[in-house]
Design a protein around this ligand. Structure first.
Ligand code: NAI
Length: 480
């Protein structure tokens, strides 16, 4: 029986391995992690991450051919194929701080593989890593090899949080990069055989190692660039009276462009886009490609601009101050159907409002009070002038309350902003919300989910990103 071990039981390792176990009953899959709490949660009824469909998949295989364990050495030494799916955050200190990927976790995983292995292994990069990381990993493994042979493959993951199970069941493509030697090709075939249990052959793309590593960074950069492009257009729409949803629709009808990923919003978030683009920028700079680096950096700058613009709209429409005013925040996760808050635009928007002394009442169906307080108590990393993360003042955190109901959040509020596109926000009783709010009552829709005309009929003053402005907002000072 083929044995797979995955190091890292996070948003990628957990769901990916659960699907491999489900689709390949003849393979034994062990997911290991240094975090005891995470492994305990994977073994309980309350999984550590929220992802539609994940519970069912885990329930079907856990204890049969899917195991979650902290006994890393045992499972690594027994495995034929080892996936490494540890976190690769942006470095916050030292050389390349603020841009380069921090490979500390990866390196320690590689050293541990070298220490405990007693047979030949295929080691698969599942984490997103800088191009040519496989070379470094190969060096660590071969210099400690005790005669054991390792083949390194790059198999980046393209799942999106919120639709992870669907994406894994039916991937657009599976990408496998390996050495162009006979041993490398054999290793590619072994991994291909795993995916071939459910992925059609023409969707499995095989390349060399460096192309696979770079393709993942490139794909994320292209996706984020689309969002920044439509967000840049949203600012121009507001200035000219065009409607960004009509513009996106018209643009997306061009088959060369396509309709997906063209929704204007308060900005992109998630653990990957910013980190991977910063990493791409760093690699370009290291290769002397200054123009290419600044081209991609602009994608992040527009994203920051969009979040600032949203805060400025709120403050300027509410008579240029939100000091002491209650603002309801609906949604904190970086997108719907996940509880993940990493790099969520809500953090920057909330901090912007707190900077103007607003009182915030936050509701998100999947994010806990603790998580929100933690996110808001960290200082934003300054990419150009890196300093270590420091806690915010306790008074700021006191201005934040986290509630478990949208109606509670909006009660007596002066304004409400929608920062995540949860479906339940589309069907709220906005008349009831209006009746219980201070007047004038404002809605700031950062995800284009409400119908501005209907809310205006109720009596709200409505700002919806990229849509023609409410007469109220048109008379307010222009926002930078
Ligand atoms: P995560 O932070 O949720 O999970 C990583 C896990 O690795 C943690 O549970 C951590 O305790 C564990 N870990 C770290 N060092 C370890 C070690 N030496 N031994 C055992 N366990 C160790 O991260 P996530 O989101 O799963 O991302 C993993 C990688 O996949 C990253 O490189 C990310 O860029 C990439 N990726 C993430 C996607 C996402 O949607 N979250 C999508 C595609 C790729």
């Amino acid at each position: 029986m083929v044995k797979i071990c995955c190091i890292g039981a996070g948003y990628v390792g957990g769901p990916t391995m659960a699907v491999i176990a489900l689709k390949c009953p003849s393979i034994e899959v062990a997911v290991v992690d240094i975090s005891v709490a995470r492994i305990n949660a994977w073994n309980s009824d309350q999984l550590p991450i929220y992802e539609p469909g994940l519970d069912e998949v885990v329930k079907q295989c856990r204890g049969k051919n899917l195991f979650f364990s902290t006994d890393i050495e045992k499972h690594v030494s027994e495995a034929d194929i080892i996936f490494v799916s540890v976190n690769t955050p942006t470095k916050t200190q030292g050389l390349g701080a603020g841009k380069a990927a921090d490979l500390t976790y990866w390196e320690s995983a590689a050293r541990m593989i070298a220490d405990v292995s007693k047979s030949n292994k295929i080691v698969v990069e599942k984490s997103t890593v800088p191009v040519r990381t496989a070379e470094a990993i190969e060096k660590i493994l071969t210099h400690n090899s005790k005669g054991i042979k390792y083949q390194i493959l790059s198999n980046p993951e393209f799942l999106a949080e919120g639709t992870a199970i669907q994406d894994l069941f039916n991937p657009d493509r599976v990408l496998i990069g390996g050495r162009e030697t006979p041993e490398g090709q054999k290793a590619i075939q072994a991994l291909k055989d795993v995916y071939a249990h459910w992925v059609p052959e023409d969707r499995i793309i095989c390349t060399n190692l460096w192309s696979a590593e770079l393709s993942k960074l490139a794909a994320n950069a292209f996706l984020a660039q689309r969002i920044s492009s439509v967000n840049a257009m949203s600012a121009l729409c507001e200035a000219t009276g065009a409607d960004v949803s009509q513009v996106s629709h018209a643009v997306g009808k061009d088959s060369r462009i396509g309709p997906k990923f063209l929704n204007a919003s308060v900005g992109f978030g998630g653990s990957c886009f910013q980190k991977d683009i910063l990493n791409l920028v760093y690699i370009c700079e290291c290769n002397g490609l200054t123009e290419v680096a600044s081209y991609w950096k602009q994608v992040i700058k527009v994203n920051d601009y969009q979040k600032n613009r949203f805060v400025n709209r709120i403050v300027s429409s509410m008579f240029n101050t939100v000091s002491g005013k209650k603002i309801a925040v609906l949604g904190f996760a970086f997108k719907k159907d996940t509880g993940d808050t990493r790099e969520t635009p809500a953090i920057d928007v909330c901090k912007g409002l707190l900077g103007d002394k607003a009182r915030l009442s936050i509701y998100d169906p999947q994010v806990t009070d603790d998580q929100i307080q933690r996110d808001l108590s960290m200082n934003k990393f300054d990419w150009d002038h890196p300093v270590h993360l420091q806690p915010m003042s306790p008074t700021t955190v006191k201005q934040v309350s986290v509630v478990w109901d949208a109606y509670e959040a909006t009660k007596d509020a002066h304004g409400l902003c929608i920062l995540t596109e949860w479906d339940e926000f589309k069907t709220l009783d906005y008349q009831r919300i209006f009746d219980n709010m201070q007047k004038p009552a404002f809605v700031f829709d950062g995800r284009s989910i409400v119908n501005p005309e209907k809310l205006r009929e109720i009596g709200f003053i409505v700002y919806s990103i990229g849509k023609p402005l409410d007469p109220w907002l048109r008379d307010m000072p222009a926002v930078a």
